[in-house]
Design a protein. Structure first.
Length: 307
């Protein structure tokens, strides 16, 4: 089975949306990425850190899903990374209310030996310097290095972020962040500029308006599935990245055509994530539901020009 290394924060999130509010619940990019990737035939490992306040039941949950957590460090006298956010009425935008790095502030990642030859490396959102250190630990450059990041790191660690962007093949970023990174309003120009910074492929996530995949002069668009109810968009971007990475790790085909399919799988998985708070929906998702939704995606945009 193909191996996938996942790096990213594992977190407690407190979320407020127009539909409700949660106390500290399980979240974090590596969590959402791992759950999405576990829908595929891949052997994945999470490289991350949590505090002594992180419940064993969550650790067991990862193990039960076949996710290797030998490099998920538990600092007994530390606190888990905490993020809190409040969504606006359109659910596409949110304010960050708190970001407490806690144990993440001094994290020295260690990639498990048996994953050092993995073909796909998924660098989920956390300090860019940690993301770089993980690339350096691999025995050879993986066939595909995917990076996800956010505005927080553009504001606090831009130079480190630019350094890691130079080393990756794919970047997934949301529209506002692409604009912030490049100072360009047009996403087409922003994507071109980002390609000039290193990545061959640029994925720009547009929330409920889908995602764009840029490669050379080509653009592929995947819609987001129009849903009756969106409860909580937290983790949708990470779930997208996890589906994208999981599909590519499983298929081991890194052509543009296969990346298009990966974008659809990522979008389909993200459409489940937003249906419930936090990880709830992703913990109760089966392959049949995923496959049905892939077909819905196909039908959503298929039309016949020959008639
Ligand atoms: P998304 O909704 O996909 O953009 O990601 C939401 C997740 O990002 C939440 O689970 C948060 O814990 C996590 N998050 C928020 N801020 C940061 C940060 N600065 N570094 C790493 N993860 C973060």
């Amino acid at each position: 089975m193909s191996k996938l290394v996942i790096v990213g924060a594992v977190a407690f999130d407190a979320i407020e949306t127009p539909f409700g509010k949660t106390d500290k619940i399980l979240g974090g990019p590596a969590t959402f990425i791992g759950l999405a990737a576990s829908q595929f035939e891949v052997d994945s490992a999470i490289v991350s850190i949590v505090g002594g306040d992180f419940p064993n039941q969550y650790l067991d949950m990862f193990k039960n899903r076949g996710i290797d957590i030998s490099s998920l460090e538990v600092v007994q006298n530390g606190k888990t990374f905490f993020w809190s956010g409040k969504y606006h009425n359109d659910m596409n935008t949110r304010d960050t209310l708190a970001t407490e790095l806690n144990v993440l502030a001094d994290f020295n990642p260690v990639v498990p030996e048996k994953y050092k030859n993995s073909k796909v490396l998924m660098l989920g959102n956390l300090q860019p310097s940690v993301q770089s250190s993980v690339i350096e630990q691999m025995n050879k450059k993986p066939d595909l290095v995917i990076l996800d990041t956010m505005n927080f790191w553009m504001d606090t660690a831009l130079e480190d972020l630019k350094k890691v962007i130079r080393k990756v093949d794919v970047i997934t970023i949301n529209d506002e962040e692409a604009r912030q990174l490049t100072s360009e309003y047009s996403l087409v120009i922003a994507a071109k500029k980002i390609m000039g910074m290193g990545p061959k492929y640029v994925v720009i996530k547009k929330g409920e308006h889908g995602a764009l995949l840029f490669f050379e002069n080509e653009i592929f668009y995947a819609p987001a599935l129009p849903l009756k109810s969106v409860f909580d968009p937290t983790g949708a971007g990470d779930t997208f990245a996890g589906g994208f990475a999981g599909f590519l790790a499983q298929t081991e085909d890194f052509s543009f055509d296969n990346l298009k399919k990966a974008v659809i799988y990522g979008s389909a998985l993200a459409s489940f994530c937003v249906e419930k708070f936090g990880t709830e929906r992703m913990l109760n998702l089966d392959k049949k539901e995923l496959n049905d939704r892939i077909l819905q995606f196909k039908n959503l945009t298929q039309f016949d020009l020959s008639k």
